[in-house]
Design a binder for this molecule. Sequence first.
Ligand code: ZN
Length: 443
Amino acid sequence: MKTSALGRIALAAGVAALTAGALPATAHADDSKVERKTLPVMVEFSDASFQDADAVKAGTPDTYFGTGKDSLASFFTEVSRGQYTTVPAVEEGVVGPVTLPMTAAGCDHNRINTLTREALAAQGLVMGEDYESLSVIFPAQKTGCAWAGLGSVPGPYTWINLYGTAGGLGVLGHEFGHNLGLGHQGRSMCTDGDLVDCTSNGTSAKSLMGGGGPAAGFSAPEMIRAGWLSGSEAVKVDASGTYTLRSLHGAGEGTRALDIPMGEDRLVVEYRHAAGTLDGAIEGVHAYRVPKGAYGSSSLIDMTEANKTLANDAATDADAITAVTDTASKVSVAVVSSGGGKATVKVSLDGEKLTSGPSAGKTTDANPAPAPAPEHTGSDTDAGDGAVDATEVRSGGSAPAEDTTDLAATGGGSNTAPLAATGTLLVAAGAGALVMMRRRRRA
Ligand SMILES: [Zn+2]
């Protein structure tokens, strides 16, 4: 994996290297904890102010750094198992409100960012020295922004288009997930059992980046992208064999994911089970396609008709796999057993077509069909891996030409993220937040 933009920024700014790729594969949580110095800044416009600025100011430190389970810091501490969290860049936890010399209309997020950093510099607060992550919070009423939140992928910037007095974790955690290099996580329907002709359909619901809400945390490929699974926790499978998985989230030791070569792509397999505040509504073994090694752009491989989402009452294991075979790359995975916090999975890399259950692997396809041409069913083009040169944003001036309206209009299900003329990729908040926002706008 090439050096991420975030990595380049970290080096340029002389601060410790952060997140993806920075953590040694065998690192223990205690000696590799990243404390991301984060600066929430309340900004107002020449023609628009917060309806209750005092309440926003009073609540923001808790929202970002509090010890309550709904804070951004608590979320990251739990999902990273103590390897990553946000910490306040200033003693008060928040700066502002600062009035920017611009009107609200037009949702010019680039100008908002530039003017905010200028205002901070005037106060002696410098990016890369005093803070590593900048989260600009502004009143939504007149901006016309088509999103509730926006985040650079990866990068140090988030924008919160705030209705009310506090950004919810569903928006905040999602945007900060983009900052870690994560795109949106889609769902590939492969209901005929073959991975070569899947169709893209909505979001995975297995991640905060895929419409699953904060309680889904992140999926295994995203945890790999973030650098939060060690080499013994995310095992690179290079030979056929049988593996025991512990649940992806929660304390304890053991293998949490299988990272399997599948042609030019990777197949990542995880076992999900309730742990702490995470995965109360997700159970079973799930599989993801990682297109060309871009772990931040994976999509769920869904072989069932009953799509489990946050909004429906489908079974918690409705999207779990029993067996997956990709004839093109001769990869086959079958679940031997799953439940109670543990799963046993058999993997074949030599063309043997496995079937699920206690006899997994005993049945072979005696007359396999000719291998079809590989097809990339991973529809996610977020390309969060190194696609962004966030230094363009840092230098300011050059307004990203991207239009987030299309993305927002189709909700989190759209995996086509706008790529700015400057090379800066910005992705709006997920479907839930956007739906919520539209409802409020109609009200
Ligand atoms: Zn997003």
